[in-house]
Design a protein. Structure first.
Length: 97
């Protein structure tokens, strides 16, 4: 079975898993519409605990969809443009099946 699963399928599944929560989709939509956002700004916008927001950001970051830059005392989050384009292409190709 492992031999039949391609690297593209693994990447697509990882991106899909990271995008599998409405809060994460909201964060991604926000980052698409503006270049970057600070973690403190996100916690003011979203009515969820900071620890919960942190977990969602970690999931998106671990999948490679976003990247964070520490600018004390905040973290600035932006889309990882290369991986975002890769995800878009993978989803586009998959949905054409």
């Amino acid at each position: 079975m492992q031999d039949q699963i391609t690297e593209e399928q693994k990447r697509l599944a990882r991106y899909a898993k990271a995008m599998g929560h409405p809060v994460r989709m909201y964060i991604l939509e926000l980052l698409v519409s503006q270049s970057c956002c600070y973690s403190g700004d996100l916690s003011e916008i979203l009515p969820i605990a900071k620890s919960t927001l942190s977990q969602h950001l970690k999931e998106l970051k671990d999948a490679g969809l976003i990247q964070g830059t520490i600018e004390r005392p905040k973290i600035k989050y932006c889309l990882n443009q290369d991986n975002w384009e890769q995800a878009r292409e993978l989803f586009r190709n998959f949905l054409r099946l």
